[in-house]
Structure formats: structure tokens, C-alpha cells
Design a protein around this ligand. Structure first.
Ligand code: NAP
Length: 273
């Protein structure tokens, strides 16, 4: 007989599951026993991941979805319930749109709107349809993917920062609306995590990012996925409306001053009085 897992028999949706943190999360939810419904726009990537999970003995379904489209999001939830009979957990992780680092007055209006459309309105739409499906099954757990940039602003990123700050407010509101109805809603705030964007930035940029962190390293998608699994499980049953940083200590403050190993040490004169 196989070892019982924390999410045995549960059904979870993951948006932004085609790569990065979302794909790692889908694999982790599967390993924790859940059936997973994979949503994003890249049909090929979703289908490949669903096949991988099926081949590993799991239950997965790819539902190509643009989270900015209410009809598509409604269809995602309806398809989940049709196929697996219920919805217990949802990870609203998709992010996109936005603009490159730009001083606010120069930010393109359409680019600003696009960050909010995916990262904030997209999560609103997801919860709008996920919550009734969860209520029908007696409750559930939702995890929304914010960022350390949702708690501490980053200059030049007006669209992304606004969407991620907004997402924490949206998470708290949803948590309060359904706290007495068996649905827990929490947010995660990852720091720099090694996904495609940091991969594309190159080794030097990753080293620089790592050195700015108290732990002197960037995080891994699996380290975020592990927190998602915990927040979706009964192990976190009294936690709702919370935002958990997964950031190697970044939001705790500035790391202690450490001299680079190669730097000359100040000389002391033992005879000085
Ligand atoms: P990523 O590699 O850029 O992946 C983003 C995911 O969102 C992809 O699966 C993408 O799939 C999907 N997506 C984008 N627009 C979409 C849309 N309109 N409809 C549906 N899906 C859409 O991101 P990541 O690095 O894994 O990050 C995942 C989450 O963690 C995001 O919310 C991000 O803001 C947050 N986060 C990441 C970091 C980090 O360092 N990586 C740090 C803090 C927070 P398609 O292109 O196939 O649609």
C-alpha cells in the first residue's frame, strides 16, 4: 500500500503552470497526492506536463486558459469540476504583461494596464469562479502568488509592483469574505527565484542577485512549491489572510556587513596608545 500523502483525493488548479514556479508547483501538488489541472496559454507545454504527471501515475488535465478572459477562466473551473468532480485547492500564479524598468511618468499606459489585467484582475477572475466551486464541495484553500515586490516597492516597476501590492489586499479581502465558510486564502511573496527570467539574465546577473541576499543565494522553484503544498494542506488549517515571504531573509532587512574575502584588512599598530 502506498504512503498516505497530505493532498490525497484533492483536486487543484494551478495557473501559470506551463513553466517556472507554476510547473514546479503542479509537480509538487501531484507528488502530494492531488489531481492537478494545468492552466496557461502555452498548450504544448501544458500537454507535455500533463503527460509527464500521468506517466508518473498521477491525474492531470491541461486546460489552455488566458486568465484575462472571464469566459476562459469560468471554463477552466467548470472543466475541472466536470472531470474530477470537485475543487479543493487553487494556486493563482500566472503573471505577465507589464513594462521594463521605467520611471513612472514614462510608463506606457497600455503596458501598465496589462500588468494589472494578468496579475491582479486575472486572480480576481480566478477566485470569482474558484470560490463557488469550493463552497459546493465544503471548502478549500487558495494560494495567490504575490512577490517581495508586493511588500517592498522596486523602482521602475510601477505596473508589477502595483499589481503585487494589490494582490495582497485582494487576498486579505477574499480571506475575510470566506473565513467562516471553510475557504482559506493566503499569499506567497517569493524573492528572486531561479526561473526562465533569471536564467536568461545570465550567470553574472544571478551572482549579483545572490550576493544581495542575506542567504547569498537565489531560491529554487521547488522551495516555493513546498510552501504552496503546505498552505493547501490541512497542516496550515488555522492560517488565512497571511502573506508568507519565501525570500532567503530579503524582507528581514539588510544583511550584516561582511568584508569581501579578497579585501585588504586594516592594519593595527600594537604599539599605538
Ligand atoms: P514565468 O516563468 O514568467 O511564468 C509565468 C507563467 O504565467 C507562465 O506559465 C505563463 O504561461 C503564465 N501566464 C502569463 N500570462 C498569462 C495569461 N494571460 N494567462 C494565463 N497564463 C499566463 O514566472 P515565474 O518566474 O515562474 O513566476 C511565477 C509567479 O511567481 C508569478 O506570479 C511571479 O510574479 C511570481 N514571482 C516570481 C519570482 C521569480 O523570481 N521568479 C519572484 C517573485 C514572484 P503562458 O505564457 O503559457 O501563458
Amino acid at each position: 500500500m502506498s504512503t498516505p500523502q497530505p493532498l490525497d483525493g484533492r483536486v487543484a488548479i494551478v495557473t501559470g503552470a506551463s513553466r517556472g514556479i507554476g510547473a514546479a508547483t503542479a509537480r509538487a501538488l501531484h507528488r502530494a497526492g492531488a489531481a492537478v489541472v494545468l492552466a496557461a496559454r502555452d498548450t504544448e507545454a501544458l500537454t507535455a506536463l500533463a503527460a509527464e504527471i500521468d506517466a508518473a501515475g498521477g491525474r492531470a488535465l491541461a486546460v489552455p486558459t488566458d486568465v484575462t478572459d472571464p469566459t476562459a477562466v469560468q471554463h477552466l473551473v467548470a472543466t475541472t469540476v466536470d472531470r474530477f468532480g470537485r475543487l479543493d485547492a487553487a494556486v493563482n500564479n500566472a503573471a505577465g504583461g507589464g513594462h521594463p524598468p521605467t520611471p513612472l511618468a514614462d510608463v506606457d499606459i497600455t503596458a501598465f494596464d496589462s500588468a494589472l489585467a494578468v496579475n491582479l484582475r486575472g486572480v480576481f477572475l480566478a477566485m470569482k469562479y474558484e470560490i463557488p466551486a469550493m463552497l459546493a464541495g465544503g471548502g478549500g484553500a487558495i494560494v495567490n502568488m504575490s512577490s517581495t515586490a508586493g511588500l517592498q516597492a522596486v523602482g521602475g516597476l510601477a505596473g508589477y509592483v502595483s499589481s503585487k501590492f494589490g494582490l495582497i489586499g485582494l487576498t486579505r479581502t477574499a480571506a475575510l469574505d470566506y473565513a467562516d465558510a471553510g475557504i482559506r486564502v493566503n499569499a506567497l511573496a517569493p524573492g528572486p527565484i531561479h526561473t526562465e527570467q533569471l536564467e536568461a539574465a545570465g550567470e553574472q546577473a544571478r551572482q549579483a542577485a545572490a550576493q544581495a541576499m542575506p542567504m547569498r543565494r537565489i531560491g529554487l522553484p521547488d522551495e516555493v512549491a513546498a510552501a504552496v503544498v503546505w498552505l493547501c494542506s490541512d497542516e496550515s488549517s488555522f492560517i488565512t489572510g497571511a502573506t508568507l515571504p519565501i525570500d532567503g531573509g530579503k524582507l528581514a532587512g539588510a544583511p550584516p556587513f561582511r568584508r569581501p574575502a579578497t579585501a585588504a584588512q586594516p592594519r593595527t599598530n600594537p604599539t599605538a596608545t
